[in-house]
Design a protein around this ligand. Structure first.
Ligand code: UN1
Length: 519
């Protein structure tokens, strides 16, 4: 089935394609077109922001518990369409079907968490320093939110923004990754239909990066945007953060990672091997939480390396509708970029994990490949042993099925190496020593720490986000994300009938400071 996908602004489909027509193809079978996508441009983005600006006041007047019901209905509809949505995700970006189902589950989890928040969204009553005066706090929606998301989690990660943003009374313009437009449109339809959202409350704009950036500039300049949320590369995140900053706004940025896994001498090595395999190569290494570098204690390095090499050689790679560890790259663009990372391999590196390196083809086969490698954009898993600190492969995120490996002697060195690339999203330590766990937690710069668990696979109701090159400290998920989509308003109410001046008209108690207990 080949669908055509358009933007939707103020409830109307936009059939014109000023940004051109794009074909979204199945990366596991590139001859199969998943959707024809009509791309908008900067003007369309700015128009969507205006539509959202118009729709927002009435949406924020809908009582929060009623908006919470909309979230409940959305969650139910997503659940009722889970298989169809997961199949579309697998066809469009090549994520193994089991993982795609998990991704859909994450939307439902997010809805489950926030549907009740409509009945909380608590403010506080606060005592005043004066009599007959009361203080209060309220959470106000920020207003209009632009959400720009990547395609590696084409439906779950957007829901981390859309669900709380809508629940809090904001209107939204969502710009998903173009190569995942069909999945995005499906989620958009589930939200608007399932939630019964009035036109303009949620708008979908399909456009490329440059047009989106120009549209953001216009919309911010016109005062039509109050918050920008972005999940994607560090480079683009820095540009968006800078633009938002010029308008005195702080963007919600969820960026790349170079997520370390430390294997301590007391680690359960077999468990650590399973985790490295899943977090290094699951989703073809294309999660922002994917494993970057394994930092393994010299005492267990040999055993770990041999076992990880074996496990990776045996791992099923191929057709994402079959039982595989990973499938293709998200799209041709990601394949090309991965080739560049592979060009950073140096003569001092030892390559492990497969029967070849680079794209899997008939001439460069992967033993045990599941399906036809030539049909799609498949890459060998690559373990690069012997990383050094000045290697580009050590310092930079390498989005794709590649992990680095290096040794360490003591935990301080491991923590230093884990922090050295300057990212700070996720991290992991395998150890049986509680003292090491807490020393690692304290020393690591990452926003997320796993103990005896992989770097990926965060649950949907814990703070998610990073530091350094991974983000500006913003956190998504759970109650913590409410601070992204609301602003605190404080109110004081004086009912004394006189002007009581704070700090000046405050009653004083008289303390006897000279009092001492008798010996
Ligand atoms: C991402 O790659 O942008 O923790 C998000 C995880 C997933 C989310 C990843 N729950 O791996």
């Amino acid at each position: 089935m080949n669908r055509s996908v358009t933007s939707v602004i103020a409830g109307s489909e936009v059939t014109q394609a000023p940004g051109g027509l794009l074909r979204s193809v199945n990366p596991a079978a590139t001859s199969e077109i998943v959707a024809e996508v009509a791309l908008g441009d900067a003007k369309a983005f700015a128009a969507a922001a205006r539509a959202a600006r118009d729709a927002q006041p009435a949406w924020s007047d809908v009582p929060a518990p009623v908006r919470g019901r909309a979230i409940a209905y959305i969650g139910r509809l997503v659940e009722a369409n889970a298989e169809a949505l997961a199949r579309l995700v697998t066809r469009e970006i090549g994520k193994p079907y089991a993982e795609a189902l998990g991704e859909v589950r994450e939307i439902v989890d997010t809805c489950d968490f926030f549907l009740g928040e409509g009945r909380r969204l608590y403010g506080q009553t606060v005592p005043s320093e004066m009599a007959d005066k009361q203080l209060f706090t309220f959470r106000n929606p920020v207003g209009v939110v632009a959400v720009i998301t990547a395609g590696n989690f084409p439906v779950a990660v957007p829901s981390w923004y859309l669900v709380p943003a809508l629940l809090c009374g904001n209107a939204v313009i969502w710009k998903p990754a173009e190569y995942a437009a069909a999945s995005a449109r499906a989620l958009f339809d589930l939200f608007t239909r399932g939630g019964g959202l009035p036109d303009g409350v949620l708008n979908l704009v399909l456009a490329d990066g440059e047009q989106t950036f120009a549209g953001l500039e216009t919309a911010l300049g016109e005062g039509c945007l109050d918050k920008v949320g972005f999940t994607g590369s560090t480079k683009v995140g820095a540009r968006i953060g800078e633009l938002a900053g010029r308008h005195l706004q702080s963007a919600c940025l969820e960026l790349g990672g170079k997520n370390p896994m430390v294997i301590a001498p007391s680690a359960d090595v077999d468990l650590a091997v399973q985790a490295a395999l899943f977090s290094g190569f699951g989703t073809a290494g294309q999660r922002c939480t994917s494993l970057g570098t394994v930092i393994v204690h010299d005492g267990v390095r040999e055993e770990f390396t041999v076992k990880l090499d074996q496990a990776t050689r045996q791992a099923a790679v191929g057709d994402p509708f079959r039982d595989v560890v990973y499938g293709p790259m998200l799209s041709e663009r990601f394949g090309r970029r991965f080739e560049e990372y592979l060009s950073w391999i140096q003569p001092h590196h030892r390559l492990l994990g497969s029967t070849g390196t680079g794209r899997v083809t008939a001439a460069n086969p992967r033993e045990g490949f599941v399906g036809d490698p030539e049909a799609g954009i498949f890459y060998h898993p690559t373990i690069v042993d012997g990383l050094r600190e000045d290697d580009a492969l050590f310092r930079e995120e390498t989005f794709g099925p590649l992990i680095g490996l290096m040794g360490y002697r003591d935990l301080d060195e491991a923590i230093r190496l884990a922090n050295a690339p300057g990212y700070g999203l996720s991290s992991s330590i395998y150890t049986r020593d509680p003292a090491e766990v807490f020393r690692f937690r304290r020393g690591i710069s990452a926003g997320m720490v796993s103990v005896n668990n992989s770097t990926s696979g965060a649950e949907a109701h814990l703070p998610f986000g990073g530091n350094g090159k991974s983000g500006n400290g913003s956190r998504q998920s759970g109650v913590w994300v409410l601070d992204q989509f609301t602003r605190w308003q404080s109110m004081n109410w004086d009912y004394s009938g006189s002007l009581q001046k704070a700090q000046m008209d405050v009653a004083e108690l008289t303390a006897d400071e000279s009092f001492r207990l008798a010996d």
